[in-house]
Design a protein around this ligand. Structure first.
Ligand SMILES: Cc1ncc(COP(=O)(O)O)c(C=O)c1O
Length: 381
């Protein structure tokens, strides 16, 4: 039990107050359960305005979008995939499932996203793709990553799970690689409980993508009236987000700008309140004009301090969260005896602590969070 008058959850999903009414109205329509129906197309339409093309496929999750990406580029046993170790298991699973060998590149010293130098050192003739995770909805060193993919002619997949609403040079993240994947899970800035999207930036992969998401059939040609019966053309999965979730998502997406704007304001407020702790050697996440304020984190000096801060905040009713356990240290990777030397990744794995940040947190609550952290940092030992 804690004594505070606040109980501050780490995350509260944004749900527009009119979602329930909207869903009720949608449920009365005849085609509410039709696969790839009106609402599926609405999500495509809304997203295509941002992305600048219409090759967008709402999927049941970002995990599944990554698995489809892995099918599209035809991963074969022994192909190498370069990815960060500081990521969620889904980034890796999509390729492991098809027999790829994972090659973990380190992240930057100042932010947990791929370090282009480390990526370049990992490239071999067997490298099939680079998976670029936009940690916290932010593109770091984009020009260098894109240059590497062009220079070595390696497919670039953006795992933009965190990145809805984020841009670089005013262009949405998810539009820089050959293809990209987005998450609409409840933990993301905007969501529909569970969902995702696959964005195909290279036209040459469109046909394959449309078959892979339709259980490997050419059903889309049947629906458009080009053929009388559809056939099994290649391997595939049911990669289509269900219509009721598309209805919710299409409605929620209209509020993306409001949500992003509010998160950025809250992010800046934390930044301002917590700046004094940097004097004591605790780093705080640096600002970025174009990210989507998905994450606000502190970097504590070591694991013990990180656990102490998290525990003390919890006693005060504040739910903070570490983030990924680096994949190269996971039981699964340890059993495969893959040895990786990733000092920056190791550091983020033990020291990064995320603070509560969501649409509904108030500035008073943020002040309370900051006060506890300032107390912890400056109190006499
Ligand atoms: C970097 C990254 N990729 C992929 C995923 C999987 O997303 P989903 O839950 O939509 O499958 C996550 C989940 O949070 C993630 O953090």
């Amino acid at each position: 039990m804690h004594n505070s008058h606040f109980d501050i959850p780490f995350n509260v999903p944004f749900i527009h107050p009119d979602v329930a009414n909207y869903m009720q109205k949608a449920a009365k329509e005849n085609n509410f359960f039709r696969n790839q129906g009106y609402y599926y197309q609405q999500v495509q339409k809304i997203m295509s305005k941002w992305v600048g093309h219409s090759r967008i496929f709402p999927t049941p999750s970002c995990t599944q979008a990554l698995e489809i990406a892995s099918m599209i580029i035809d991963i074969q046993h022994g192909d190498e995939i370069i990815l960060p170790s500081y990521t969620y298991a889904s980034t890796a699973n999509a390729f492991v499932l098809r027999g790829a060998k994972l090659v973990f590149a380190d992240v930057l010293s100042y932010y947990p996203s791929l370090d282009p130098k480390s990526v370049e050192a990992c490239i071999t003739p067997k490298t099939k793709a680079i998976v670029w995770v936009h940690y916290g909805g932010r593109a770091t060193r984009p020009e260098e990553i894109i240059t590497l993919s062009n220079k070595y002619n390696i497919t670039l997949i953006e795992d933009a799970a965190h990145a809805i609403g984020a841009t670089h040079n005013n262009r949405p993240l998810g539009t820089f690689g050959d293809m990209s994947t987005i998450s609409f899970h409840e933990t993301k800035n905007i969501g529909c409980a569970q969902g995702g999207a696959l964005i195909i930036n290279q036209h040459k992969w469109l046909e394959k993508a449309m078959q892979h998401i339709q259980c490997g059939t050419n059903r889309h040609d049947f629906i458009s009236g080009k053929i009388n019966a559809y056939k099994w053309m290649r391997e595939g999965t049911n990669g289509i987000l269900a219509e009721p979730l598309c209805a919710m998502l299409s409605f929620q997406l209209h509020h993306l700008e409001t949500v992003t704007r509010r998160r950025k304001k809250l992010w800046n407020h934390y930044y301002h309140l917590l700046n004094p702790i940097t004097e004591k050697g605790i780093q705080i996440c640096t600002p970025d004009k174009e990210d989507n304020a998905h994450v606000f984190y502190l970097m504590l000096p070591d694991k013990k301090t990180c656990t102490h801060y998290q525990q003390t905040l919890k006693e005060k009713g504040i739910h903070s969260a570490t983030h990924y356990e680096p994949l190269h240290l996971s039981p699964f990777m340890q059993s495969s005896k893959l040895i990786s030397h990733l000092p920056n990744t190791d550091k983020f794995g033990i020291s990064l602590l995320r603070l509560p940040l969501h649409h509904y947190i108030t500035e008073d609550q943020q002040q309370y969070v900051a006060n506890q952290i300032l107390d912890l940092t400056f109190k006499k030992k």
